[in-house]
Design a protein around this ligand. Structure first.
Ligand SMILES: Nc1nc2c(ncn2[C@@H]2O[C@H](COP(=O)(O)OP(=O)(O)OP(=O)(O)O)[C@@H](O)[C@H]2O)c(=O)[nH]1
Length: 248
């Protein structure tokens, strides 16, 4: 519970008498600035595309879903954008902590932003280093596929890069197509759900017991000045079936 203090979560209504804790699947979403990380996370969790976000300080979203017939809690950590600088890569600490915390990582670039594509290799190296002996599953998302006239990364380049990194890739559009986004995240969740369950008595333990050693116990949470605004937006976006919960 400490991990999700002071964070906005998005959850479907659940039965309060359900005493068996759900399996928790933790996913970190990382990539360059403005590639659509928040838009993708929100699209996956709420089906909605909300086109207007403040710069992301790193929020954790949570939702209960069915994966292969099992009720699981998916926690998705959105992260601030990484940037290439003259001295290498500029990476908020939050990103590294999120990778250490996660059971799986979603790497995102925008097909309209060559720089964000060039960052992926470096970000993947970071994931491999942070993972040590147990590198988490990774998928590569090429976002903004709808912006044909602004494309700067050919559609063949994503699969080539993914092949060299040993991960799956999906070309998606958070704004135009929910099903592609859902398929990418859902397949990842299915893959994680097949891993052995966490050891008894550790509800915050990762899905794979072997990966426990690399987990960061607590992600430092930058206080987002935009939290109130985000809450308002999500309340608008959520359907009647879904409620917004803030855990303090
Ligand atoms: N056309 C189009 N625009 C998109 C898509 N995904 C995101 N956007 C837009 O791209 C901009 C950035 O989206 P965000 O979701 O805030 O990107 P981010 O990666 O979270 O940004 P940072 O938090 O600044 O790193 C917003 O104006 C979105 O509306 C997409 O698939 N197509």
């Amino acid at each position: 519970m400490r991990l999700i203090q002071n964070m906005t979560t998005i959850a479907e209504c659940t039965s309060p008498e359900n005493s068996v804790p759900n399996r928790v699947i933790k996913i970190a979403v990382i990539g360059g600035s403005g590639v659509g990380k928040t838009a993708l996370v929100v699209r996956f969790l709420t089906r909605r595309f909300i086109g207007d976000y403040e710069r992301n300080a790193g929020n954790l979203y949570s939702r209960e879903v069915q994966v292969d017939g099992e009720q699981v809690t998916i926690q998705v950590q959105d992260t601030p954008g990484a940037e290439m600088t003259d001295n290498g890569i500029s990476l908020p600490d939050h990103v590294t902590c999120s990778i250490q915390w996660a059971d799986a990582v979603v790497l995102v670039y925008s097909v309209t932003d060559r720089g964000s594509f060039d960052l992926i290799d470096r970000l993947h190296q970071l994931v491999v280093r942070a993972g040590g002996a147990s590198v988490p599953p990774v998928i590569l998302l090429a976002n903004k596929a709808d912006l044909l006239h602004l494309r700067r990364v050919d559609s063949q380049q994503g699969p080539l890069l993914a092949g060299s990194l040993g991960c799956s890739t999906y070309e998606v559009s958070a704004s135009e197509d929910y099903s592609q986004v859902h398929e990418a995240f859902h397949r990842l969740c299915c893959q994680l759900a097949k891993q052995p369950p966490a050891p008894a008595g550790s509800s915050n333990a990762p899905a794979g017991a072997a990966t426990e050693k690399r987990r960061s116990p607590l992600i430092p949470r930058p206080k987002s000045p935009n939290m109130q605004d985000l809450k308002r937006r999500f309340k608008q976006a959520l359907s009647a079936k879904v409620r917004t919960v803030t855990l303090v």
